[in-house]
Write a protein that binds this ligand. Structure first.
Ligand SMILES: Nc1ncnc2c1ncn2[C@@H]1O[C@H](COP(=O)(O)OP(=O)(O)OP(=O)(O)O)[C@@H](O)[C@H]1O
Ligand SMILES: [Mg+2]
Length: 339
């Protein structure tokens, strides 16, 4: 489906055509609001020029989301009519071209939202970052996956995935840019190999991105990737709590040892909501049912100990070197189950 454009202003149309070409989308252009009603509800996005906004409001089309008004110089009247139409924004060109380009680019995306998995360490050094990357690698084989690093004091997930020398945007690049983040531009901009992309920090001092930026990135990531994995910091308080609330499932990696369980109990006790929390156990003497009894949280699966994991990471191949490794098989089975 193409975005529906309603305008008779040739110079506005020129601008819109250029932005659409940049985003790789075709437009359906209409000059008569009544004739356009047949496409109004079906179009993925409706763009109304300020020259026709009054006429469009006059035919009182049904309310819908994804309506924007574009203009070269907004007049007060345009804002009022945009409100009447339930438009989400009045976009001024050429100033807001990038914003409009992102809206056009998103039209190309499949509807729906990707699965969001959070991974957190029940104890320090439990293997959470490794699991986050491994899930991204395994999920990325079938469809694009995105691993988002939210732990400023971690090793940098691009390193774990062997993408630290791959060009692409990192957190500081996103902090510098303002405006709406397109799902396709995010997917194409991050360092990526074999279907898995990563958003992390460049080497040097890392600070947690503002929550608003994290929300944007997560939303754009979900629109553009069937699987998004968040590496959650154990110590980020409100930030991790908010991110966890946005996950479909949170996996707490728990060493099946007495001290591992003790740490995990503390983590679980600090959580307001554990409905979507599952444990993932690492090697240890304590059987899964005892982990659940001690923490009150079900065990989703056991992470196999992966021989040669450090070597694989050092070689830049990520934690899952081949799909047939025990870790690769266990994660493929888990993802098939939750999909
Ligand atoms: N499934 C596994 N098999 C073998 N080794 C593993 C496995 N998972 C993690 N490790 C090893 O455990 C160590 C810690 O892993 P990782 O950095 O992923 O833990 P973490 O929970 O993210 O730690 P932190 O608390 O520092 O964030 C690493 O050396 C890693 O190679
Ligand atoms: Mg970590």
């Amino acid at each position: 489906m193409q975005p529906l454009v309603l305008t008779r202003d040739p110079s506005l149309l020129d601008d819109l055509a250029r932005v659409a070409a940049g985003a790789g989308v075709q437009l359906e252009v209409r000059g008569d609001p009544v004739g356009a009603l047949s496409s109004w509800s079906l179009a993925p996005l409706v763009v109304i020029g300020d020259d026709l906004v009054g006429e469009v409001a006059g035919v009182a089309p049904p309310q819908r989301t994804g309506v924007v008004v574009v203009c070269h110089a907004p007049a007060t009247e345009v804002f009022r009519l945009a409100l009447d139409l339930g438009a989400s924004a009045v976009v001024e060109l050429p100033a807001a071209e990038a914003h409009l380009g992102a809206l056009f680019a998103d039209v190309e995306e499949a509807p729906g939202r990707g699965l969001v998995l959070g991974v957190i360490g029940g104890a320090g050094g439990a293997g959470a970052s490794t699991l986050a990357c491994a899930l991204g690698q395994v999920g990325g084989r079938d469809a694009p996956a995105l691993v988002i690093d939210t732990d400023p004091v971690g090793p940098g997930l691009d390193r774990l995935l062997g993408l630290d020398e791959t060009a692409g945007v990192r957190w500081h690049d996103l902090a510098a840019s303002a405006g709406r983040l397109g799902s396709r531009s995010l997917r194409e901009a991050v360092p990526r190999r074999d279907g898995v992309g990563v958003l992390t920090w460049a080497t040097g001092v890392a600070t947690a991105p503002p929550l608003s930026r994290l929300r944007d990135v997560l939303a754009a990531g979900q629109r553009g990737h069937p699987l998004v994995v968040l590496d959650l910091a154990r110590q980020c308080g409100a930030l991790s709590a908010e991110l966890m609330a946005r996950c479909d499932l949170v996996l707490a990696v728990t060493p099946a040892t007495v001290s591992g369980i003790a740490s995990t109990i503390r983590l679980v006790e600090a959580m307001a909501d554990t409905a979507r929390l599952r444990l993932v156990s690492r090697r240890g003497a304590v059987p899964p049912r005892d982990l659940t009894a001690a923490t009150g949280v079900p065990v989703a699966f056991e992470v196999p100990e992966q021989r040669g994991l450090t070597e694989s990471v050092d070689l830049g191949l990520g934690p899952v070197r081949h799909r047939r490794t025990p870790l690769g098989r266990a994660l493929a089975a888990f993802l098939a189950e939750v999909a």
